[in-house]
Design a binder for this molecule. Structure first.
Ligand SMILES: O=C(O)[C@H](CS(=O)(=O)O)OP(=O)(O)O
Ligand SMILES: [Mg+2]
Length: 227
């Protein structure tokens, strides 16, 4: 099994794991406790149109702030208080990079790292690519560290896999949990979210393996990957 790490675009036509640790991956993972499916949109206009057509709850942000007229922002802590058959979601980075993925896509984060690693091994044939969302086209340390935690669990199951050096670097960088958490809070996104009053989201998104939910992206919808 080839196991790689990429930025924004996947290099696998087999299985990709989209990682947006602050906060889209965590929001999607926890939303599937209360919603049947999450429908990612790529613009607020598209989200409004979908809400008119389907109803449901529309959530999302730009620059971390709730979009005017939306029911919710991109807070995984807020999402848990709402339920409907579907959540329409558009965010700055995580939902955006789903648009061009050509492989089977799973959603990974710190909060479901072990489970998404195991599920990716179950469904992959020959290549798992962990894809960091980043922030507006730039590297984001929280996605690198979350990717490292997921890659660590893949390595536990597949110690002889063909791991790229980029992926190995992420595993090594993510081994000290205190340092990982500190990097979340001091990251560009972390600092912006704290300024906006979302410190509890940064804390929630840095908690290891608090969820066994793994979302799979099929037919433009995110649903729970069943065992
Ligand atoms: O809503 C978020 O946490 C981020 C925006 S920012 O990086 O915090 O400004 O969007 P996401 O698509 O979840 O990275
Ligand atoms: Mg992010």
């Amino acid at each position: 099994m080839k196991v790689t790490l990429s930025f924004e675009k996947s290099e696998s036509s087999d299985v990709s794991i989209m990682v947006d640790a602050l906060r889209a991956s965590s929001t999607i993972t926890l939303a599937l406790n209360n919603f049947e499916k999450v429908i990612p949109c790529f613009t607020p206009e598209e989200a409004f149109k979908l809400k008119e057509k389907l109803g449901g709850i529309v959530a999302g942000e730009r620059d971390g702030k709730k979009i005017n007229g939306f029911d919710l922002g991109n807070s995984p802590a807020d999402i848990k208080d709402y339920t409907s058959d579907h959540l329409i979601l558009t965010t700055s980075n995580g939902t955006r990079i789903l648009e061009n993925m050509k492989s089977t896509v799973l959603i990974g984060s710190i909060i479901n790292a072990c489970e998404v690693a195991n599920k990716s091994i179950e469904i992959a044939n020959n290549h798992i690519d962990v894809v960091m969302a980043g922030v507006k086209g730039e590297f984001a340390i929280e996605d690198f560290l979350a990717a490292g935690e997921i890659l660590y669990w893949i390595l536990q199951e597949l110690p002889d896999c063909n791991l790229s050096e980029y992926a190995k670097a992420a595993v090594l960088a993510s081994r000290n949990y205190e340092s990982l958490k500190e990097s979340f809070f001091n990251s560009r996104s972390g600092k912006r979210l704290i300024e906006l009053g979302y410190e509890s989201d940064v804390e929630l998104c840095s908690l290891k393996n608090i969820s066994n939910n793994v979302a799979i992206y099929e037919n433009q919808e995110l649903t729970l990957l069943k065992d």
